[in-house]
Design a protein around this ligand. Structure first.
Ligand code: CFM
Ligand code: HCA
Length: 535
């Protein structure tokens, strides 16, 4: 029996029958010879200590919060705002003459009396106060659980106050209880960005214009990606939403291409922009040396411009040469080690290439709230229509989910693109894993404990909730959400930073001062001839 099978049996053994059946459907041992399916994006079992967050976290915390020049008001009890204050480490800078409110936490601080008599008055006052004190370009209002329960009409307030003050106010009914995880919040945020922001400014874009979608500038990632893209000659119209600015996002539809890093959190915008404005999108992975170079090459292939392609190759050569030696040093230190990766909805996949580059193989991986396509991937079939549109560009149509979309791509490029770049399609986490390794969706506390005990990996890519329990078991756990306050980890320089931090974390002599529980607690006990206890 394979190690993974033994592990699955052992993990499932602790559950009552009904729970066992449910959890089993969220576990898959990779087998490349068959098409595999996994249960995902379903409700966590009550009583199980899941790592997931809520819709408010996904909407305000993840998608809307990183926009730097908006005042983000949380309508709810103070804890929801305080908990979300600065913890995601999405960095941002004010544009010239512009504003940056990222350091602030704005809340209506609802009290018991507001819950009983309604919180609308307080919200109106908060908006007036924010406008008077800060004169922002735009405001967001995020509803927390009690708001939905008592029925405050945040949308009517947003409409009236926007008119009164003459600015954009976006209201999000992202009460934490909606959906099964953060994922519902992403969707709510995406919808409003589409209806109220994108397309509201029409400044013509320069050549090679792109939007970066699903990149949140955690630890400065976007700045490292942008450094290289700008060197090649790309014009980044907007980033959604790390270091994002509201007017830039409003003009996003003028770009030539949407480039998606985290598909899970922003695919709805990509799809809606594609349908409404004919703007195609490609999925990339900016993490890891190979990953980043591939992303740059895919983008160059899309634009198919000889000078851009030459610059791409020159920048790749220069950048990779500058980090080669350091990466080799870390590989020599870490070769042969193993990792477990359990992160949100894309990083458990995105970091595997980089880990492999420094000699670390991922043996278990999973998402908190990924959907089935994040595990299983998705293919689309582009096909060509012969007629030409008014701009003298032949239309290319994409058929997916039985719908047809028109894209602004020269017909001659279609077949080639289909073969060469991940145009509107993507690989899932399962495709990254080696045969025999284990994929687990919505991993919980007790399963994490079992995995660590049985597999004893050297590296666990975690969130804040599971990090310290793993470290107390003597295994290095790295916060893959906040990067443990380090970063950037994306791009070439990011790969070096990550490798340095992982090497330091795994190789620190501190681990010899912690005795893992399996060295002190008996796994079996009883009397075996002449021996008191067997461990
Ligand atoms: Fe996308 Fe993200 Fe992630 Fe995500 Fe997140 Fe995040 Fe994450 Mo935390 S948007 S899915 S909801 S890459 S906040 S920057 S680290 S769980 S893997
Ligand atoms: C969230 C945000 C989070 C939490 C990270 C963690 C982040 O989903 O609420 O649990 O450590 O990246 O900050 O994913």
């Amino acid at each position: 029996m394979s190690e993974s099978k033994k592990l699955v049996d052992k993990v499932l053994d602790i559950y009552p029958a009904k729970v066992m059946k449910n959890r089993k459907s969220h576990m898959v041992i990779k087998d490349a010879s068959v098409k595999q399916e996994i249960a995902a994006n379903t409700r966590a079992i009550p009583g199980i200590i899941t790592n997931r967050g809520c819709a408010y976290a996904g909407c305000k915390g993840v998608v809307i919060g990183p926009i730097v020049d908006m005042v983000h008001i949380v309508h709810g009890p103070v804890g929801c705002s305080y908990y979300a204050w600065g913890t995601r480490r999405n960095k941002g800078k004010a544009r010239e003459g512009g504003q940056n409110f990222l350091e602030y936490a704005f809340t209506t601080d609802m009290q018991e009396s507001d819950i009983v008599f309604g919180g609308e008055k307080k919200l109106k006052a908060a908006i007036d106060e924010a406008v008077e004190l800060f004169h922002p370009k735009a405001i967001s209002i995020s509803a927390t659980c009690p708001v939905g329960l008592i029925g405050d009409d945040i949308h009517a307030i947003a409409r009236d106050k926007a008119k009164e003050h003459g600015l954009k106010i976006l209201a999000f009914s992202c009460e934490g209880y909606k959906g099964v995880s953060q994922s519902a919040g992403h969707h709510i945020a995406n919808n409003k960005l589409m209806t109220d922001v994108i397309g509201t400014i029409d400044t013509p874009a320069k050549e090679f214009s792109i939007n970066l979608l699903g990149e949140y500038n955690i630890g400065g990632d976007e700045w490292e990606i942008a450094r290289v893209l700008t060197k090649i000659g790309y014009n980044i119209i907007s980033t959604m939403t790390g270091n994002g600015a509201i007017d830039e996002i409003a003009n996003a539809h003028k770009a030539d291409l949407n480039v998606i890093q985290c598909h899970r959190s922003i695919n709805y915008v990509a799809e809606m922009v594609e349908t409404k404005y004919g703007l195609p999108w490609i999925k990339v992975n900016f993490i890891g040396v190979e990953g980043f170079s591939k992303a740059l090459r895919d983008m160059a292939k899309y634009f198919d411009d000889p000078a851009l392609t030459a610059r791409t190759e020159a920048v790749i050569a220069e950048e990779t040469a500058s980090i080669e030696e350091e990466m080799a040093t870390y590989k020599a230190l870490l070769d042969g080690k193993t990792a477990v990766l359990f992160v949100g909805g894309s990083r458990a996949h995105h970091y595997q290439g980089l880990l492999r580059e420094i000699g670390i193989e991922t043996i278990v991986a999973g998402y908190e709230f990924g959907h089935r396509d994040d595990y299983e991937g998705r293919d689309v079939i582009p096909y060509i229509k012969v007629d030409a549109d008014s701009r003298n560009i032949e239309e290319i149509h994409v058929e997916k989910d039985e719908k047809k979309y028109s894209l602004r791509i020269p017909a001659s490029r279609a077949e080639q693109l289909k073969k060469e770049i991940p145009w509107a399609s993507y690989d899932g986490l399962l495709s990254e894993m080696k045969d025999g390794t284990l994929v687990i969706d919505d991993l919980n506390h007790i399963e994490t404990e079992q995995i660590i005990k049985i597999l004893k990996p050297e590296f666990f890519g975690s969130g804040i909730k599971d990090k310290y329990m793993v470290q107390k078991m003597g295994v290095y756990a790295k916060q893959m959400h906040s990067y443990d306050y380090s970063g950037p980890y994306a791009g070439y320089q990011g790969a070096v930073n990550f490798s340095r931090d992982v090497a330091a974390g795994i190789l620190t002599p501190a681990w010899k001062y912690i005795t893992a529980p399996w060295y002190k607690e008996p796994l079996l006990s009883g009397k075996v001839e002449g021996v008191e206890q067997v461990c």
